[in-house]
Write a protein that binds this ligand. Structure first.
Ligand code: BES
Ligand code: ZN
Ligand code: ZN
Length: 477
């Protein structure tokens, strides 16, 4: 645990705290001294919403929260205020902060704590300087009569899960091979209480997972296929939910090598879908949600070598159908296809796939959301979209119209693995859908899983996207 969130009924003297106030609250009602009052009024008139008062033994932060047009936008602006506060705290070297939310609803206090906590993440494993390794913010204490222990517990779990996800995504392939990724999932299962089974290369060969094996051909490291399962007694759902995550631990493009300039720099993050799935299961299991959920992760790196799969190859997949590979950089769909066929045996009530699948999705919407494609009942998709809006991991729907299937027709095999420049995120989705026979939602997180510039409380580098979305969704189904 990197940061701890606690609850209290009173704020002890000498502790730095932030008071949450609605915009428009008159400073005179706050019990400040006359010069403080004047100072606060002057700051407000300059348009500041976060005002700091140095009380010698501690800092007092006044945070004025502005109402927004709707509830989700308001909660997001509160989380962003948490990020804003974090930056001030880290400049002051404050490692413990109390949140005085006596006049606010529980959600507001919790959202502030969420934004604040998520902002405090750093990937420090490889930094040798001990000082830099220290987390400045260690403890957040919520002083609010309306917050329940359960809320605090839930937030701690969620933050741990997001940080676990980010750690995995930030981890370079020099350490995080497919085997180590599976080991990390095993450890997460042990901690949270879900079961984990890992298929090794021999097992994958005996199952004839042709897609996964083809992508792995160029690698010096073996592939893995991980099955995670959370099955509490008396789950609410008869048919299990299945979560699938793309676990490409590094994507060079293979023989269809990516152009070196920058396009490969972030490709250690090509397993962000896998990390999000495992981290979401971690949160779900720790929170003890009464749902039967299975997580699947096919994993390998994608590299060129003397033995690498080549454009023009025809691959026989796990379900027996054949794929003409015309670009080895469209590797995600090859490994996911096998997992989608494998998932049929579970008769999923719904399968949700998370994958950094296409540059096309990234080009279309950037990093402020993800692309969603669905053949599930619209009510179900809408529910996932609502969860996305609630946690600001938003989903934009693209169509799965049948016409796009034309682009995947092959002369010499059942289907080909690329559909041309037009509608790239969609043809990728159609390719995946081909291997399903159950309600299916595919989330292309290529744009938002990893960012190269600071993005509010999502940070820089791995954002951990997908974890809060799935946890929110399953808390409400
Ligand atoms: N991992 C990439 C997609 C990606 C791009 C993720 C940018 C994150 C940021 C994926 O495997 C890929 O290379 N897709 C190709 C598919 C194409 C060859 C059909 C792409 O989008 O260019
Ligand atoms: Zn690729
Ligand atoms: Zn990829």
């Amino acid at each position: 645990m990197q940061i701890e969130i606690l609850k209290t009924s009173t704020i002890p003297g000498g502790k730095s705290y932030v008071r949450l106030l609605s915009t428009g609250t008159r400073p005179t009602s706050l019990g400040l001294t006359t010069p403080e009052n004047r100072y606060v009024r002057e700051r407000i008139s300059r348009g500041q919403n976060l005002i700091e008062l140095n009380h010698y033994t501690h800092m007092l932060y006044l945070l004025f929260l502005k109402k927004e047009k709707d509830y989700h936008t308001y909660m997001e602006s509160v989380r962003k205020s948490g990020h804003q506060l974090y930056r001030r705290l880290s400049e002051h070297g404050t490692d413990e902060i109390y949140i005085d939310g006596r006049n606010e609803k529980a959600d507001v206090v919790l959202s502030l704590a969420e934004g604040l906590t998520l902002s405090s993440y750093r990937f420090v494993k490889y930094i040798t300087d001990k000082e830099k390794k220290q987390f400045r913010l260690k403890k957040i204490v919520l002083a609010s009569p309306v917050i329940r222990d359960k809320d605090v517990e839930r937030l701690n779990i969620l933050v741990d899960a997001v940080f676990l996800c980010r750690d995995l995504v930030n981890e370079p392939v020099s350490y995080l091979t497919a085997t180590r990724l599976a080991e990390a999932f095993t450890a997460m299962g042990r901690d949270a209480g879900f079961s984990v089974e890992v298929f090794n290369k021999k097992k994958i060969e005996s199952l004839r997972m042709g897609g996964l094996l083809a992508v792995n051909q160029g690698s010096i490291d073996p592939p893995t296929f991980t099955i995670m399962e959370w099955k509490p007694p008396k789950p609410k759902n008869n048919k299990p939910y299945v979560l699938l995550g793309k676990g490409v631990v590094y994507d060079t493009g293979g023989l269809s090598l990516k152009p070196t300039k920058e396009s490969m720099d972030s490709m250690k993050s090509d397993m962000a879908g896998a990390a999000a799935v495992a981290a979401a299961l971690y949160a779900i299991a720790r929170a003890g949600l009464p749902l039967h959920i299975i997580g699947l992760v096919p994993a390998t790196d994608n590299r060129p070598s003397g033995n690498a799969y080549a454009p023009g190859d025809v691959i026989t997949m796990y379900n027996g159908s054949t794929v003409e590979v015309l670009n080895s950089d469209a590797e995600g769909r090859m490994i996911l296809a096998d997992a989608l066929s494998y998932a049929k045996q579970y008769h999923p009530g719904l399968l949700i796939n998370l994958a950094t699948l296409t540059g096309s999705a990234q080009m279309a919407i950037g990093h402020f959301g993800m692309v969603g494609l669905s053949n599930a009942p619209s009510k179900v998709f809408k529910k996932l979209q609502d969860a996305g809006s609630a946690v600001n991991e938003r989903i934009v729907e693209f169509p799965l119209w049948n016409e796009y299937m034309e682009q995947l027709k092959s002369e010499i095999a059942d289907i080909k693995n690329v559909g041309g420049r037009e509608g790239g995120a969609i043809t990728a989705g159609k390719f995946l859908e081909y291997f399903t026979d159950y309600p299916f939602i595919h989330l292309d997180i290529a744009g938002c899983a990893y960012v190269t510039k600071d993005y509010s409380y999502f940070g820089k580098g791995a954002t951990g996207i997908g974890v809060r979305l799935l946890f929110e969704f399953f808390n409400n189904v």
